[in-house]
Design a protein around this ligand. Structure first.
Ligand SMILES: Nc1ncnc2c1ncn2[C@@H]1O[C@H](COP(=O)(O)OP(=O)(O)OP(=O)(O)O)[C@@H](O)[C@H]1O
Ligand SMILES: [Mg+2]
Length: 333
């Protein structure tokens, strides 16, 4: 049975002024998240993952960009062009966000306890004392030892991994329905990374919140998520269950990404695909991946844009050869 969607992103485009003109950095993103589901969002650096998450929070305008078309529906309500009151309710309360640069999100002038308590107070009309109590209990829940004492410390007194735990506590303090975690473990060393991932999985399991997990690390994505959405140069190019996408990728880009998982160092960024992602100002006719694609068909892939289509296997793939590729993979396996 199909769940009603918690989040539905359709035909989303985001533009920024680059070189004096409005330039698309996201041109066609599509995401769906059911309540309680964990979706991975992957793609090379610059593919538009963070900007898509900013659009979900209605933050594009504040970053100096605009959304010329598309829709983001959260809990049935449209986020694009929504009122400030709705956006306030979404941010921090119904959607918790762990931003990609944690260093920028903690203010060195405030204690870690204040960060959490203030977020609680902003969304819930509780007293200072109650907000502080909640902050301490959240710090304890995210694994900060001696939480009552440590709540009075400043961010510089915390390690990178501890700061990330504070960020997680802030993101979940109002019991959101959705947690967006943008590269939550990338800046951490491998052991700390594993602990933070374990914490995230526990929190998801006990709260039932959905998670949009943005990461370069395909090994982690395959462990943590139920579905995965792949972005390339501002477009969603594949979307399906994690098991199916990883075992039989339908888009040549997904295949290339999976082929580029470094065997040893999971930390390594994905740089092993021939060529590089085009800059937003590069004009590409046809499929945006065609200049780098080893399966491209001349006079077909480079002549007209390619739509995201549902394949016979129930997957979404943006490739003219999607069904043929999926079938040949099934036949080969
Ligand atoms: N404020 C901005 N003004 C102009 N261009 C921007 C702005 N923010 C992002 N971009 C551009 O939008 C594109 C997508 O950026 P985004 O941060 O979403 O990528 P990403 O997929 O999250 O990459 P990474 O994996 O490195 O975090 C990039 O080309 C980036 O340079
Ligand atoms: Mg990013």
């Amino acid at each position: 049975m199909q769940h009603p969607a918690l989040l539905e992103v359709r035909d989303l485009a985001v533009e920024f002024p680059i070189g004096g003109r409005w330039t698309p950095v996201v041109s066609d993103a599509r995401l769906t998240l059911a309540p309680g589901e964990t979706l991975g969002l992957v793609g090379e650096s610059g593919s538009g993952k963070s900007i898509t998450s900013m659009a979900i929070l209605g933050l594009v305008g504040e970053l100096g960009g605009r959304v010329p078309r598309g829709s983001v529906r959260f809990g049935g309500e449209e986020v694009i062009g929504a009122s400030p009151a709705l956006l306030r309710r979404l941010r921090g309360e119904r959607i918790g966000m762990i931003f990609q640069q944690p260093g920028r999100s903690l203010n060195p002038a405030f204690t870690v306890g204040d960060h959490i308590a203030e977020t609680v107070r902003r969304h819930r009309g509780v007293s200072r004392a109650d907000a502080w109590k909640r902050a301490v209990s959240l710090l304890d829940r995210v694994g900060i030892a001696r939480a009552a004492e440590r709540a009075g410390d400043y961010p510089h007194q915390f390690s990178g991994g501890m700061c990330q735990r504070v960020m997680i506590a802030m993101a979940i303090c109002c019991e959101p329905n959705l947690l967006i975690a943008d590269e939550p473990t990338t800046a951490l060393d491998v052991t700390v990374q594993a602990m933070v991932l374990k914490l995230l999985r526990e929190l998801i399991a006990e709260s039932g919140m959905a998670m949009l997990f943005i990461s370069h690390d395909l090994a982690v994505v395959s462990e943590v998520t139920q579905r995965v959405s792949v972005m390339y140069a501002g477009q969603t190019v594949e979307d399906g269950t994690t098991g199916e996408v990883f075992s039989a990728p339908g888009h040549p880009y997904t295949r290339a990404l999976l082929g580029s998982i470094p065997g040893a160092g999971r930390q390594q960024r994905l740089r092993l695909i021939e060529g590089s992602i085009p800059s937003p100002t590069t004009v590409i006719t046809g499929c945006r991946f065609n200049p780098r694609c080893t399966s491209r068909i001349a006079d077909r892939c480079d002549t007209r844009p390619v739509e995201l289509k549902r394949t016979a296997a129930g997957r979404y793939v943006r490739c003219v050869q999607a069904d043929a590729v999926a079938q040949s993979l099934v036949a080969a396996s």
